[in-house]
Design a protein around this ligand. Structure first.
Ligand code: DX5
Ligand code: ZN
Length: 221
């Protein structure tokens, strides 16, 4: 961890009770979350299907925290305007899903939304080389995307360290987010490697909503 670097927690609502999504977003916001992480899956880029812009619009009134929308979709450009209009504050796309990544990032920015790039575990950090002057957030997947509750891939720790150095070289404020298998047993390693935003689904949304604050605090320490 870099000295003085605050660790932010982005609970993934993929593990929330979808029948009570508004209350879940409110509960986790009051429990000390920093972002609300929203996983969008299209059953094409990843083998699962989740929610669309209307659900993002529906949860927007339940929190003042940034809605951090992770697009695991094959053709992100077609969906970016709708998610921006629905109230997303950050839109993260996969480098593997955009044929013209720079254009996709410019499109996100044109909607006054922060832009992020995510890499699946098999993608090298060099895929970020020519977007470092544009991105606001880099998301390193620490599982193969598609499902909550998978096991953390330790193979991604050197990539997190490498990207931390790339960010330092820019002198820009870029969030370094990790997503997948993050729990108290794995958070220490990713923080040491340089991550400063931890996405966690199953480690936060478990048990009673009154326990969410304890789960979030456990990830920070
Ligand atoms: C996985 C999603 C994650 C997922 C994380 O494809 O992008 O955000 O919800 O879930 P956990 O924390 O349970 O691994
Ligand atoms: Zn995610």
């Amino acid at each position: 961890m870099l000295p003085g670097m605050p660790i932010r927690i982005a609970p993934s609502i993929l593990s929330a009770d979808f029948a009570r999504l508004g209350e879940e977003v409110k509960a986790v916001s009051e429990a000390g979350a920093d972002y609300i992480h929203v996983d969008i899956m299209d059953a094409h880029f990843v083998p699962n299907l989740t929610i669309g812009p209307d659900v993002v619009r529906a949860i927007r009134p339940y929190t003042r925290l940034p809605l951090d929308v992770h697009l695991m979709v094959s053709h992100p450009d077609a969906l970016i305007p709708a998610f921006a209009d629905a109230g997303a504050d950050i839109l993260t796309v996969h480098a593997e899903a955009s044929a013209h990544l720079d254009r996709t990032l410019q499109l996100i920015r044109s909607h006054q939304v922060k832009c992020g790039v995510s890499l699946v575990p098999s993608t090298h950090e060099r895929a970020l080389d020519y977007v470092m002057d544009t991105v606001d957030l880099i998301l390193i997947m620490t599982v193969n995307p598609g499902f909550g509750g998978q096991s953390f891939l330790r193979s991604q720790l050197p990539k997190i360290s490498a990207v931390r150095h790339m960010i330092a070289a820019t002198g820009r404020a870029i969030d370094l987010q990790v997503d997948g298998g993050i729990k108290p047993g794995t958070s220490t390693g990713v923080i040491s490697a340089g991550a400063d935003v931890l996405v966690a689904g199953s480690a936060v949304f478990k048990g009673n909503p009154h326990d969410y604050a304890t789960h979030i605090a456990a990830l920070r320490s």
